[in-house]
Design a protein around this ligand. Sequence first.
Ligand SMILES: CC(C)=CCNc1ncnc2c1ncn2[C@@H]1O[C@H](COP(=O)(O)O)[C@@H](O)[C@H]1O
Length: 174
Amino acid sequence: MNITVFCSAADLDEHYVRPARAFAELIGKAGHTMIWGGSDTGLMKVMADGVQAAGGRLAGVSVDFLAHKARQGVDEMVVARDLAERKAQLLDRADAVVVMVGGLGTLDEATEILELKKHGLHGKPVVLLNAAGFYDGLQQQLRRMDADGFLPLPLDSLVHFADDGAEALTLLEA
Ligand SMILES: CC(C)=CCNc1ncnc2c1ncn2[C@@H]1O[C@H](COP(=O)(O)O)[C@@H](O)[C@H]1O
């Protein structure tokens, strides 16, 4: 399976790094391919290191202005012209999408993927990996949107929340 992973480019505390390592190992051991932003920094690097060490494949979709930061020694690396084209490619290549802990870049990617799904422009499974309860607040907000009629379809047909990588993979493989 080609799993597109969005996550932080920052160096983070161990309580975020540990679940990421565990998820990366599961992806690798299952022989999946991780599609990601291609950079070798922060949690993106933790994921790439872990997937590769466990025997998985890595396919990066970098972007022109960050191409000099792209990770070396991967199975595949493409360079998109701009961020919009990169997001489109990250979605296009995915069988499924996992959103891990992240900042504004990750939130931007997550909302775009969900907005496109809301409009029926793709039907790929999306899982928010809620490590250390990081997305409790977003989950509460989305549930309120759902309950108060802001969403044209039920929340659980749009996105799933998983507490750890094993649950995320189970949801994707189902
Ligand atoms: C200059 C340097 C060290 C570059 C590293 N910086 C980045 N490299 C690749 N993708 C990124 C980078 N910053 C943001 N992104 C995109 O935005 C997300 C991370 O942003 P954030 O850290 O959550 O807000 C990633 O999923 C990625 O697709």
